[in-house]
Design a protein. Structure first.
Length: 242
């Protein structure tokens, strides 16, 4: 977990904690100093104590460390209660994590797949503008997973997610518009979303971008691809104010 990732978690969580930002920041920084010095295990123990005292940031971080095996023994079972603690206190990333437990099921954590419960947690996070949660709600509405199948509602959630620069959403929308899957075929729009996926991808998802490109390139002409690149640039100009 790089420092910028930890700081972003702090800034998000400070909003939902019923305590002063100064107090939260002090708790967070004690573990952060240990982590930055290379002592991930020490940071984890500090954040465990903070989590016991109700610190949402610390609870999420401990859950993340158990999930990744960074500083703690990797265990989705032990990660779950920390994610749940943070999720119940309104941490949107933790709500997504809990949603994923139920969406996929987790044998180690003894959690059965439950689309209805997953949708409940994704909905909570989506209302806090989580692009990942909005993506999953889009998929679930399109497929009728835990909710009534409604492709229009699914597309609405995917459109909201697209505004959060979430790469899997761009890839899904590219496939939808390339193949006319529940919508009118718009190859140029498919090319636009594929170009956006390429622009905002990183090392974790560039392989997926390449796979989707290979899968749908036959649906898109060279002229439509050029139009898609132009639309993508216009979209970036209008929406990316970062």
């Amino acid at each position: 977990m790089p420092r910028i990732f930890l700081r972003s978690i702090f800034l998000q969580s400070a909003i939902v904690l019923p305590m002063t930002i100064t107090a939260v920041y002090a708790d967070f920084d004690r573990g952060l100093e240990l982590y930055q010095s290379g002592d991930a295990a020490g940071a984890a123990e500090e954040w465990k104590l903070d989590a016991e005292n109700g610190n949402v940031i610390a609870a999420f971080l401990v859950g993340h460390m158990y999930k990744s095996g960074n500083g703690l023994t990797k265990s989705t079972r032990l990660a779950f209660p920390y994610f749940l603690q943070a999720a119940q206190r309104g941490h949107s990333d933790a709500q997504v994590e809990i949603g994923l437990y139920y969406y996929n099921g987790d044998e180690e954590a003894d959690i059965d797949q439950n689309y209805l419960e997953a949708a409940n947690w994704f909905d909570k996070a989506a209302l806090q503008f989580s692009g990942q949660a909005q993506y999953y709600l889009g998929v679930m509405h399109r497929e009728g997973q835990g909710v009534a199948r409604d492709r229009i509602e699914g597309l609405r959630w995917l459109s909201l997610s697209a505004n959060k620069f979430y790469v899997p959403t761009y890839l899904l929308l590219a496939e939808i518009y390339a193949k006319g899957d529940g919508v009118v075929e718009e190859p140029a729009k498919a090319a636009m979303y594929l170009d956006l996926a390429r622009r905002y991808s990183d090392t974790s998802n560039r392989g997926a971008v390449s796979d989707v490109y290979d899968a749908i390139e036959r649906y898109i002409s060279a002229e439509e691809r050029a139009e898609g690149r132009l639309q993508a640039q216009l979209w970036v100009n209008a929406n990316d104010k970062r």
